[in-house]
Ligand binder design. Structure first.
Ligand code: PLP
Length: 376
């Protein structure tokens, strides 16, 4: 917990071997079911180190929600099937065709634009149509899928690679057998109507793992897009740790700038704090209070888990106040926190949290040609 003085804080330490281990474990669990894994590195902003670790773990491709992150992977020399998993912006279709092999789509206008760009550049772009199955984020209504699918193949420069769906992200709707059966049924309808074989049937995200492990019938589902489970070791419905996965791939380390015995209770006339809250402190007497140079500007502090015996008392923009309990914490010491998904995304996007990637394997080695997936 208290690591003594080191280089630079706050810093987000990233254990690439833990990420590779998690990817490998999930790939091996799902392979017997005929399900391959697209590693979603978006929470790590398309870090080439994280992406390489996922590929070392056997994922068949990489998924990113932002085209900038895909460009980052390409520039770093990552060789893998790259999928844009957020619907493309009209203003970015050129970059999508350039940097993504596949994109997830729902809008005819976007498909037109992707087609025009692919034709202009004499290339082809693969499309997965997303189906709305009840979570009410992206997706075409089930009854419209066949019609839209038919038009994809008619657009020059585009190939219809498959269908996908995304649940549990917006409204927490569970990807269960019923939803997955519905997706499989739609796949068969599209194949019959369009006379094609769909090579990718993308059933969902880390919230699909409960279903995938338990089911005896995956139907046509042959791929999942996994981010959180690989990065944090948890499934996304109940945030349970998945057996055999490591939860310590990411650690946020902050430095103590004040450590003093202080009263538990504030005194004076109570009103709002900097973030519009009122004191929720309970108890009497004194605490060993420590202040860390870390705040809401750096990370969603509500998603941090301190070491055992340390309690977070509150956070403002630049200060995280903790009860250090029985820990002997002094100025200059460091405290290491675990992060949930929200804390991870905010720490990753924070310019003030320095990212330090570690691996026993050579980090910058080019991954082996990764895809093995035929999207044509
Ligand atoms: C973020 C995202 C994923 C990955 O979700 P996790 O819960 O992190 O596994 C998969 N698909 C889509 C469309 C996403 O936006």
């Amino acid at each position: 917990m208290c690591l003594g003085r080191t280089v630079i804080a706050p810093r987000l330490e990233i254990d690439l071997d833990a990420i590779a281990h998690n990817a490998r474990t999930l790939v091996d669990l799902l392979a017997p079911k005929g399900i391959r894994v697209t590693g979603v590195s978006k929470a790590a902003l398309g870090s080439p180190g994280v992406a390489s670790a996922m590929l070392r773990g056997g994922v068949t491709g990489l998924g990113e929600s932002r085209v900038e992150n895909l460009a980052r992977l390409r520039t770093a020399g990552i060789v893998a099937l790259l999928t844009l998993i957020r619907s493309p912006m009209m203003s970015q279709v050129d970059r999508v065709v350039r940097d993504a092999d596949v994109s997830l789509n729902t809008e005819a206008l976007v498909l037109d634009a992707l087609s025009a760009t692919a034709v202009r550049w004499r290339t082809t772009h693969a499309v997965i149509l997303m189906v709305e199955l009840g979570d009410l984020r992206e997706g075409v209504a089930a009854e419209d899928v066949v019609d839209l699918a038919r038009t994809v193949g008619q657009r020059p420069g585009l190939t219809l690679a498959g269908l996908g769906t995304n649940l549990a992200c917006q409204n927490g709707i569970t990807p269960d057998q019923h939803k997955m059966d519905e997706l499989s049924r739609l796949v068969e309808q599209v194949e019959a109507a369009c006379g094609v074989d769909l090579s990718i049937v993308s059933g969902g995200n880390s919230a699909n793992l409960d279903w995938a492990m338990a089911t005896r019938d995956v139907g046509r589902i042959n791929e999942l897009r996994l981010g959180e489970s690989i990065l944090l070791g948890t499934e996304a419905l109940h945030r349970r740790v998945i057996d055999g996965l490591r939860t310590d791939a990411f650690t946020l380390v902050a430095e103590v700038i004040e450590a003093r015995e202080k009263p538990v209770q504030p005194w004076g006339v109570g009103a709002q704090s900097a973030f519009g809250e009122r004191s929720r402190r309970t108890g009497v007497g004194t605490v060993r209070q420590a202040i860390l140079a870390l705040g809401r500007q750096d990370v969603d502090t509500g998603g941090l888990t301190p070491p055992n015996g340390i309690t977070i008392l509150g956070a403002s923009s630049d200060h995280l106040v903790v009860d250090a309990g029985d820990h002997a914490v002094s100025v200059g010491d460091e405290v290491a926190f675990q992060l949930d998904y929200g804390a991870l995304t905010t720490a990753m996007t924070s310019p003030s949290a320095v990212k330090v990637e570690r691996s026993a394997a050579p980090v910058n080695a080019r991954p082996p040609p990764g895809s093995g997936v035929d999207v044509a």
